[in-house]
Design a protein around this ligand. Sequence first.
Ligand code: AMP
Length: 514
Amino acid sequence: MRSSSPAVGIDLGTTYSVVACLDASGRPETLVNTEGDRLTPSVVLFDVEEVVVGKEALKAVVTEGEHVAMCAKRDVGQPVYHKAIAGKQYPPEVLEAWILNKLRRDATVQLGPFRQAVVTVPAYFDEVRRKATQDAGYMAALEVIDIINEPTAAAVAYGYQKGLLAKRTTDKRPLRLLVYDLGGGTFDVTVVEVRQRELIALATDGDVQLGGYDWDQRLVALAAEELAGQHGIDPREDSTTVGRLWFQCEEAKRMLSGRDKATIAHDHHGRITRIELTRSRFEEATADLVDRTRFTVSQTLAAAKLQWNQIDHLLLVGGSTRMPMIRNMLRELSGQEPDASVAADEAVAHGAALYAAQLLGHGSNDVGRFTIRNVNSHSLGVVGMDRITRQPRNGIVIPRNTPIPVTARRVFHTQKENQKSILVKVVEGESASADACTPIGQCRVAPLPAGLPARSPVEVRFHYKPNGRLRVRVQLPNTSTTNDAVFNRASGLAQEHLDGWRRFISEQETGPRA
Ligand code: AMP
């Protein structure tokens, strides 16, 4: 069904966020924010009277670092952001909600009021993080019509750009893309096959704790060593100085993508010291980070059961792929020239907007209906007790890289005679030890029919949706006991808190800076 809502895609990045929309001719375009920029820093400043998001907040890292939250996306899935801000603890999804709220308000200036949007997530985000991202959208008064994996969104943008999604596509040959996505705080690799307007993820892997920010930190350490060794100054003693140094190092890092040297003028209590940073030292200091991504790329290719000569394009996405060390490594590893033809920072949002148009039923002359088929990035299982060791074990129900949607079942057994209830604990992760996995939630099935013998079968059914969200159903074969309603999540904010934050954040719209 066609909706009159604009087709909006939001790339909620760790360091920068981007909003895109389809223009009148159905072409994706990046919206500029109220500061006139295409990229909005994903930074939140809790000032005394107001909450400020974006460029102003980023500047405040230097002057009032203790009031600023950066890289909240990295903490999504944890109960609280890793540091208190002005003495207060915030759930990371609340910080993400502030960012989304700013993006929504700024987009409203151009689009008029709208609610619906597709929000992107790293392919390697687990179920808990996906749910938290949807919750952030809710608190920002958005209706998240779907979440889409960032590399898949980039592949959609690429497919659009190359005419692979066109209504009358003539090319019947499947095209295989390896999407290497290194942003500010997360890293994803996905192998996607594009076949007749169908995008099929074959394998995915990544690291939600690896991105440009880690490269920045290495440069900060290099600069700090230089200052300590040559000038007897340790800038790490003071949080404001560290904030300023980070700011300068991030800029120097960008310079080093185009030049061999960059200089920082460090101001220590009025004394200016020049530090020279070279590309070769920077590359040496970050070689292990590049290696981590190289390893993941090789593993993903192996999981897709492909060789490099079966990959048609190695697609670069994310601002950090501008670093020559990344391109050199990929060139050497794959024997092919990486393809930087999509806009590294904007392709993800563009793909999300194209997908939103599809979901909203917007017709387009250029794009036919396309479908996306994903795989799950983490195994999903149920905690069972090992009969011999009596240790909690992860009984995997859906192994990673399984095409989704999928419905899978596994039979477990009650432990003792006349058992009154069963607790089904759902975990996500690859380890056989349940303690090493991430708890997703649990369902208690009670009461069980009286007189049930020990080791009665209990069937657990998982339905894993295309967007990586889960539904669980528990059934006792040959009885009428079924439970699929009460799946209590192990983490995340309760509905009343979500509503409270939603109200609070929207009230700011009528506040001083609205
Ligand atoms: P994204 O989330 O894709 O916008 O990526 C943001 C990250 O890309 C940040 O860590 C930036 O510092 C980094 N970045 C952007 N441009 C460059 C560049 N020219 N060289 C190195 N890193 C860059």
